[in-house]
Design a protein around this ligand. Structure first.
Ligand SMILES: NC(=O)c1ccc[n+]([C@@H]2O[C@H](COP(=O)([O-])OP(=O)(O)OC[C@H]3O[C@@H](n4cnc5c(N)ncnc54)[C@H](OP(=O)(O)O)[C@@H]3O)[C@@H](O)[C@H]2O)c1
Length: 311
């Protein structure tokens, strides 16, 4: 029987056979990335897990192996807040693999106090958008070698509040941590749709997980040692967030559902898209602004020095 969004709830059990596919998941040591990597491995994919911290990466690898004993996994280091790490990761991948079926641009940080990446970009813009922009550009050659390859970029409901001010793209003039996160997530959407226009031989989708209980909400508090904030976010997660097993479904759906229309944005089907099962959702209007997307793309090329490398 064919799965359709209108007749039944799509779950990870419906992922088609992934044997023979090579996939890369960024931020695979935690939260939605870990669930995504695990379920793709369970369906038979060879999964390249990326993590910026070797110990956290190794723990995730063991966790997946425990629940998917035959999992085919390759753990590699990748720090998206360091463009030299992105380059080294892409070069290492190209040495080991001839082609790539799927890239899941999932890793992210949210609402950090003002910080800079190694290359001097504001942390949220630098990690969530710039790092993935450079990564995708460097992996485009491997992706174009596989018919039916995909890129899934993870955005957020917060993108609805996003605004790109090219005079303050990296919060040089003023910094608002919530706005910077929303802007970076709008950038993820603009990037995903522009990638689809520039590289039509690779299907580019976007997805968002609604509100899901992961390490995301408490990460900034942990990094700054704000114990009260950490406890508060944990409580809010417990009361209001859906389980990350369901939160990862829109990503898995975008990654594997057959014949998904080009440029689809997948999110939860519940009220205000906060929770629920995967369905195609509308992207904010700004995400479809092609002039804005072109401008962001050009600026990102200049900032990273990376262009789509398809050969
Ligand atoms: N959870 C939600 O409700 C929600 C809602 C909307 C959108 N999202 C999006 O979902 C994605 C996944 O987040 P999550 O909720 O699963 O959070 P999470 O549990 O905190 O996972 C985030 C992952 O990103 C990694 N990461 C952070 N900075 C990185 C860097 N510089 N280089 C490489 N990896 C880095 C983290 O690594 P470490 O473990 O080393 O920190 C971790 O593996 C993010 O893009 C987020 O914006 C989540």
């Amino acid at each position: 029987m064919e799965w359709t969004m209108s007749t039944m709830r799509w779950t990870a059990a419906a992922i088609p056979d992934q044997r023979g596919r090579v996939v890369v998941v960024t931020g695979a040591n935690s939260g939605l990335g870990l669930v995504t990597a695990r379920e793709l491995a369970r369906a038979g994919a060879h999964v390249v897990l990326t993590a910026r911290n070797p110990q956290r990466g190794a723990r995730a690898l063991d966790e997946i192996k425990n629940v998917v004993p035959g999992a085919s996994l390759d753990l590699r280091g990748l720090d998206l807040a360091d463009l030299s790490s992105v380059r080294q990761f892409a070069e290492g991948l190209a040495q080991r693999y001839d082609s790539l079926d799927l890239l899941v641009n999932n890793a992210g940080v949210m609402r950090f106090p003002y910080r800079k990446t190694v290359d001097g970009f504001e942390l949220q813009f630098g990690t969530n958008h710039i790092g993935h922009f450079a990564l995708t550009g460097r992996l485009a050659g491997l992706l174009t070698k596989r018919p039916g390859s995909r890129v899934v970029t993870v955005s957020s409901i917060a993108a609805q509040r996003g605004r790109l001010d090219f005079d303050n793209l990296e919060s040089e003039r003023e910094y608002d941590k919530k706005a910077a996160y929303a802007n970076s997530k709008l950038a993820n959407l603009l990037f995903a749709f522009e990638l689809g226009r520039r590289l039509p031989q690779v299907a580019s989708y976007a997805a968002h997980p609604g509100f899901s209980a992961t390490n995301l909400q408490g990460a900034a508090a942990r990094h700054t040692g704000n114990r009260l904030m950490e406890l508060t976010t944990a409580l809010i997660n417990r009361i209001g967030a859906q389980d990350m097993e369901i939160g990862a479904l829109p990503i898995l759906y975008a990654a594997t559902y057959p014949d998904l229309p080009a440029g689809s944005y997948i999110g939860p089907d519940g009220p205000r898209e906060f929770s629920g099962y995967p369905t195609i959702v509308p992207a904010p209007r700004a995400a479809h602004d092609e002039d804005l997307a072109r401008r962001l793309w050009n600026v990102s090329e200049t900032l990273t020095g990376v262009r789509l490398q398809t050969t």
